[in-house]
Design a protein. Structure first.
Length: 500
């Protein structure tokens, strides 16, 4: 037997763990999975989706489902552009890892040594905050701290500057609490050392090298290819279109390093393949194995129960399920939902893009695919989740609350201030109060709810509609302060004192 033949025979013997084995298994389950995607997309009221499956560095399945725009009835394709939301965070941690590889910074360096303007609420925390803490989600801040600022036309620099005003909710480096604003600080360090914007760094160091030529990271570029998804969200049970010039569509780009990338299945498959190959593509090492491992190492425990253990890493999430482990991150903008995930032990990954905000289906599809591939007993995650939504609907306001009349509108009118929001003015017309945020070109109608509580309505920022503004009245019968409800902002920054 020749040496060449023996090598070929050896290759055939190990073939079940190779790409062909993965591909063959995927081909077996694709018909069922494909049908599952189509059926459940309708149940979740999602207008359009795109799904890509990657095995051993190759995109082996790519398909569009539904429509890009309900009115135009144009089909989604694998090339259709969506907002990918917080899956953008992994791009930012990748850029930071490249700086570590270059010897410019170290994960254990103090943030203030590289960005002196950085401040947390507690001076001790400020001086001890490390670069590795910025993207590990254990800052001690309340979840989603100050995110409203990105919707209210605050700039990145303003958001960073206002982090110091947010009181902590937990002890630094203990509990998991999801943040977006600290990724802006990580990006600022990258910008300071490269002399390029975060957007340009992503383009030059990732997009261009991987050939992600249809991807971008600005609102203006979202529609440049001509093949893009109109974005939607469910509001009062109805599919509502988000306008491209509105704040809800644009806010992810303010939070760019935390959620501002636009992409499609074709391009994202290249990014996913890079992750599945440990930070290298062909012979090109974009990130060392050391930094790749650090970025994917558990940093903060998020969930620990009988079915899974989940840790946040650095822009990635590590999950140990009963039968397999998975790296993933989802992303949600007001009008899109994304899931990117891969099995590190099986050379299998998935990308799911959709143009409906708030849906859980993209996440569930990843687990359906992985379970099918691993030969687990089928579990209809979508049906289980939809049933839970039916059994536990969002709590509504109590119907038996006694409705009392408001004070005269002039008793609430005036200027209110805190350091986070700046000046907010309350005026009125004959029917309702009007709230204006000074310098941000934003106003909201406030309709009476109960005595000194008013509900936001008719706002272009749909997510604020239904939020409550409450006034505290002094001994003379005039408002002395106003507060945003906890559903709108996090604890500690939502109260403004009357100054005029």
């Amino acid at each position: 037997m020749s040496r060449v033949f023996m090598v070929i025979l050896l290759f055939l013997l190990i073939l079940p763990t190779s790409l062909i084995a993965v591909s063959e298994r995927i081909e077996e389950i694709i018909p069922f999975f494909d049908n599952y995607v189509q059926n459940n997309m309708e149940k979740w009221m999602i207008p359009g989706m795109a799904v890509g499956i990657v095995a051993d560095g190759e995109l082996i399945f790519a398909k569009g489902y539904g429509v890009k725009d309900i009115d135009l009835d144009e089909a989604v394709t694998p090339e259709t552009i969506f907002q990918i939301g917080s899956t953008s965070k992994a791009f930012t941690s990748f850029l930071v890892g490249q700086l570590v590889d270059e010897g410019v910074i170290n994960w254990k360096d103090k943030v203030v040594d590289h960005f002196p303007e950085f401040q947390m609420y507690d001076p001790w925390v400020t001086s001890n905050f490390l670069i590795e803490d910025l993207m590990a989600q254990h800052s001690g801040l309340p979840p989603y701290s100050g995110d409203l600022a990105s919707i209210l036309n605050f700039s990145r620099d303003e958001i960073i500057e206002k982090i110091r005003l947010i009181p902590p909710e937990n002890t630094f480096r203990t509990d998991f609490a999801y943040q977006n604003n600290l990724f802006l600080v990580a990006a600022k360090i990258v910008e300071n050392y490269t002399g390029l914007s975060w957007e340009e760094n992503v383009k030059r160091k990732i997009f261009d090298i991987l050939g992600m030529y249809e991807s971008s990271n600005t609102a203006e570029d979202y529609r440049k290819t001509g093949n893009f998804a109109t974005t939607y969200e469910l509001y009062n049970g109805e599919i509502t279109k988000l306008e491209f010039d509105g704040n809800l569509f644009k806010f992810p780009y303010v939070y760019g390093p935390a959620g501002g990338i636009n992409s499609n299945i074709i391009d994202m498959s290249k990014w996913l393949a890079l992750q599945m190959n440990g930070g290298s593509i062909d012979d090109n090492i974009l990130l060392s194995g050391e930094q790749y491992n650090f970025i994917h190492s558990p940093a903060t425990l998020a969930i620990n129960n009988d079915s899974k253990i989940i840790f946040y890493c650095q822009g990635w999430i590590y999950e140990q399920r009963k039968d397999y482990k998975v790296f993933w991150h989802n992303g949600g903008t007001a009008g899109c939902k994304t899931m990117i995930a891969y099995l590190p032990d099986d050379d299998l990954g998935i990308i799911v893009l959709s143009n409906l905000g708030g849906t859980e289906l993209p996440d569930l599809l990843a687990y359906v695919l992985f379970d099918l591939y691993k030969g687990k007993k089928f579990e209809d995650y979508s049906a289980v989740y939809l049933k839970s939504l039916m059994e536990n609907p969002d709590e509504e306001r109590e119907e038996n609350v006694e409705i009392t009349t408001a004070l005269p509108f002039e008793n609430y009118m005036g200027d209110y201030y805190n350091e986070f929001f700046g000046k907010v003015s309350i005026n009125s017309d004959e029917e309702h109060l009007i709230m204006n945020i000074d310098g941000k070109n934003l106003s909201f109608d406030l309709y009476h709810l109960n005595r000194d509580n008013f509900v936001i309505d008719n706002s272009d920022i749909i997510e604020l509609n239904g939020g409550v503004i409450s006034f505290v009245i002094d001994e003379n019968g005039f408002a002395k302060s106003m507060s945003f409800s906890e559903g709108i902002v996090t604890n500690g920054i939502g109260t403004l004192d009357r100054v005029k």
